[in-house]
Design a protein around this ligand. Structure first.
Ligand code: DAH
Length: 354
């Protein structure tokens, strides 16, 4: 047997062994090890190829060709195996990474809720919208003309004192009530007028039942022949919707510069009627057993005159007005007696009022 024949046999053996190893590899990593073992720098086949130059010239051609063919066959087998292993590995990886889009999100976000003042504001507004009133909003920085003068406050009225009212300048204040919108509404719209005006108001007060900034809803109805019984009927309907008709309500004569006659409407103290026997020491009503919820009355003719429009002349139209504190209503409904808690934004407190 010539050297060349032996070499050709060896090449065939190496090719057979290599293709068997390629077929046996089960991962692309294993396959790479096979490639290094059979075609790498230290592998036998490439070294045989290098040895071809030492053969007798007549045998070199056949041996070189055989070795190159073997090498090409192994490279082809490697490439085919690589692509099939790679796609199998890709399929396994995709299956493992699969997302179930129907699973609930994680973590679950807590639901938000309206602040009790906002929800009470909206509830009050809804009742009056249901009774046919429109909703207006006004400015929080107001002139003393609208806040006091046009509302028939005398020049020496105590509410004007700098100890009660936040002054921006001599004739500009943070409005102390929503009532200034009465005159502004009448200036802007013709009668018949049925409006409520919710908004923020400011006073120099701070204790369990008074905040320096709080919310009111003003009401104004102006039409031909409006009487105090229209006011009473409207406010009874309001109280029934908001309190569910369980708490007692009473009307008391009172005084406001911008209404004549004026009344205050009280609701029974929830803290006492719930069976708390604190008597005079009840922190909510201080023993009164009644809580003032709103002031009201027939619009004073002087206020109609301050509008300065013929349409609002007191001999043509009459009106009723009322103003209530939204915090008061919220306090009555939630049973939480300290208004300061509402504004401190302690989530542990607010969560209980959802
Ligand atoms: N503006 C009054 C206050 O803040 C509340 C009020 C009383 C409003 C009588 C009115 C009213 O419209 O007629 O205390």
């Amino acid at each position: 047997m010539s050297e060349a024949t032996t070499l050709l046999d060896r090449v065939q053996e190496l090719q057979d062994a290599a293709t068997a190893q390629v077929a046996a590899a089960t991962t692309t990593a294993e396959l790479e090890d096979v490639r290094v073992a059979v075609l790498g720098r230290k592998a036998e086949l490439p070294n045989l190829l290098r040895g071809v130059s030492e053969l007798p010239p007549a045998e070199r051609g056949a041996a070189g060709k055989a070795a190159n063919v073997a090498r090409g066959a192994i490279e082809k087998a490697l490439a085919e195996r690589k692509s099939s292993l790679a796609s199998a590995e890709e399929a396994v990886k995709l299956a493992a990474d699969r997302l179930d889009l129907t699973l609930p999100g994680s973590p679950q976000l807590p639901d938000g809720a309206l602040h009790i003042i906002t929800s009470t504001w909206r509830d009050v507004e809804d009742v009056f919208v249901g009774l046919g009133f429109s909703v207006l909003s006004g400015r929080e920085v107001e002139t003393t003309h609208y806040n006091f003068d046009a509302l028939n406050h005398s020049p020496t009225h105590p509410a004007r004192a700098a100890t009660d009212t936040f002054y921006v300048s001599d004739d500009v204040v943070l409005r102390t009530h929503t009532s200034p919108m009465q005159v502004r509404a009448m200036e802007q719209y013709d009668p018949p007028l049925y409006v409520v005006i919710p908004g923020r108001v400011y006073r120099r007060d701070y204790d369990a039942t008074h905040l320096p900034q709080f919310h009111q809803v003003e009401g104004l109805a102006v039409d031909v022949g409006i009487t105090l019984s229209d006011l009473k009927g409207t406010l009874m309907a309001f109280a029934r919707s908001i309190f569910g008709g369980e708490l007692d309500v009473r009307l008391r004569p009172h005084f406001f510069p911008f209404t004549e006659p004026s009344v205050e409407i009280d609701v029974a103290c929830f803290n006492c009627t719930d069976g708390w026997i604190g008597g005079d020491r009840c922190p909510v009503c201080r023993g009164e057993q009644w809580l003032e919820i709103l002031g009201a009355g027939q619009v004073d003719p002087n206020v109609l005159r301050a509008v300065g429009r013929e349409e609002y002349h007191p001999e043509r139209v009459q009106g009723f007005a009322f103003g209530m504190g939204i915090e008061r209503i919220a306090m009555l409904r939630s049973g939480i007696p300290d208004l300061r808690l509402y504004m401190e934004n302690d989530v542990r407190f607010l969560e209980q009022l959802r």
